[in-house]
Every structure is written in structure tokens, then in C-alpha cells.
Design a protein around this ligand. Structure first.
Ligand SMILES: [Zn+2]
Ligand SMILES: [Zn+2]
Ligand SMILES: [Zn+2]
Length: 252
């Protein structure tokens, strides 16, 4: 399994518009964070987890030639607002794209992108998406995908486990039952927004505590805001638990 971190930033991205803080003005490329998403290749299947507003730039940056399916964690704008750009693949490759999410997220997608599910006006092109309800333990063309229930403020959303890799973003709390689903991981990605607490996201301290409990061999933190300087924070974190960065690639 090959994983490419397309973006490691929170909803506003880093630099954040209008901000002149040290991290936003930093010339370190690892302090440039597009909106959070990962691209996974496994057994010939090309999966995108979330499709945020930076998707087109991310696909160009990493020469992503096609996508077979998109898995959605939830429907906040920073996780779905790149959906429209998928139509380029429909056009170039001449196939629809499967989108997998919980039923309520699919309903929300239909509302927010209603034009994708109606015949397009003459001469225009809309994304060609096939929506699928995710089951707890799903099989997408031979690749096992387990949904991990997580809490995001007042919402119940999902993360994903793909064998030895789990991707959990926008978590404020991991329920007890979900901890039991996260044993024996090689690599964990988990959100760590900033040092200060936030009602919708784990802060760095909470993320480190959860990561220790999960005990993956390696943990990468993501969905990071402009409060955290990449090099400074990573120098303070244990070697097996570090801030991810855009363009990070790992094999499992
Ligand atoms: Zn988010
Ligand atoms: Zn800033
Ligand atoms: Zn969110």
C-alpha cells in the first residue's frame, strides 16, 4: 500500500489568508499546508480520502492520473469542496467515479452538489459520480475498508482503517469501541490542530495521548493550523510521532 499525503492543513489552510504570523510567513515548504486529504494505491485501486478545495492543485502536484473511488470522512467544506474537479477524470478517462460515505453524508452531498445528479445543461459537463453507502467492513474491488466511528464536536463521523493503516481526521474524541478497532496498526494518521484546545478537534496534547494509547509503530499528525511550526514542534515530539507534511509518501 502506498500513501501520499496530499494535504496536512486545517480548514483554512496554511498560510491562512490575511495572517502575518511567523508560520504563515515562513519560507519552510513544510509550513505550507493544503487542506487535509490522502491518496492511497492498493492492489491497483486508486483511492482518494476526502476531496477538499485544494484537490486540483494536489492532483497536479502529485501527477495523479486518475481516481477510482473517493471515500468521505464527513461533509465539511474542507473535505468535499473539490468534488467538481473530479469531472476532468470522467472526461479524460471516460468512466464514472465511485463515492463512498455514510448515508447522511451522501444525502448532504446530493443537496450541496445537486447539479451533479441532474442531466447537465446542453454543452456543459458535471461530475459523473456513483454514490455508495459504506458498510462497517466494506470491500471495494478487493480492498478491505473498515469504518471507524469518531466524534467531531457534536457530529459522529468516520475514519478509515485499511489493514495496517488508519486515517482519522477531524476527531475531537475517539469512542472506546473505536479504540478496540485500532489495535495492531503499522501507521496511524490522526489530527492535531494546535496547542490550545478546540471543541471540534484534538489539540496536540490530546492527539499525543490518543496516539500513545493506540500504539501504532508510527503516527503522523495532520489537519494542522498555523499555530504549529513544523520543525519546532517535530523537535519536541518523539521520533515515532511527528507532524506530517504535504507531499509525505509512505509504503506499508
Ligand atoms: Zn476538516
Ligand atoms: Zn498565521
Ligand atoms: Zn470537519
Amino acid at each position: 500500500m502506498r500513501v501520499v499525503v496530499l494535504g496536512s492543513g486545517t480548514s483554512a489552510g496554511v498560510p491562512t489568508l490575511g495572517c502575518d504570523c511567523d508560520v504563515c510567513r515562513s519560507i519552510n515548504p513544510r509550513n505550507k499546508r493544503l487542506r487535509s486529504s490522502v491518496y492511497i494505491e492498493e492492489a491497483g485501486l486508486r483511492m482518494l480520502v476526502d476531496c477538499g478545495p485544494d484537490f486540483r492543485t494536489q492532483a497536479i502536484n502529485h501527477s495523479i492520473r486518475d481516481v477510482d473511488c473517493v471515500l468521505l470522512t464527513h461533509t465539511h467544506a474542507d473535505h468535499i469542496n473539490g468534488i467538481d474537479d473530479l469531472r476532468a477524470y470522467n472526461m479524460m478517462r471516460n468512466h464514472p467515479i465511485d463515492v463512498y460515505a455514510l448515508p447522511e453524508a451522501l444525502d448532504e452531498l446530493r443537496r450541496r452538489f445537486d447539479y451533479c445528479f441532474r442531466p447537465p445543461p446542453l454543452g456543459s459537463m458535471v461530475p459523473d459520480l456513483i454514490l455508495h453507502k459504506l458498510r462497517d467492513n466494506d470491500d471495494i474491488r478487493g480492498v478491505g475498508v473498515q469504518t471507524i466511528p469518531i466524534i467531531h464536536g457534536e457530529m459522529e463521523i468516520i475514519g478509515f482503517r485499511f489493514e495496517k493503516f488508519a486515517y482519522l481526521t477531524d476527531v475531537s474524541r475517539i469512542p472506546e469501541l473505536s479504540y478496540a478497532m485500532l489495535e495492531g496498526l503499522e501507521v496511524l494518521m490522526l489530527n492535531a490542530l494546535r496547542r490550545r484546545p478546540h471543541p471540534l478537534h484534538m489539540n496536540l496534547e490530546q492527539a499525543v495521548t490518543s496516539a500513545r494509547r493506540i500504539g501504532a509503530r508510527r503516527t503522523w499528525f495532520t489537519h494542522i493550523c498555523h499555530d504549529l511550526d513544523h520543525d519546532q514542534i517535530n523537535a519536541q515530539l518523539p521520533a515515532e510521532m511527528q507532524l506530517a507534511h504535504d507531499g509525505l509518501v509512505f509504503e506499508i
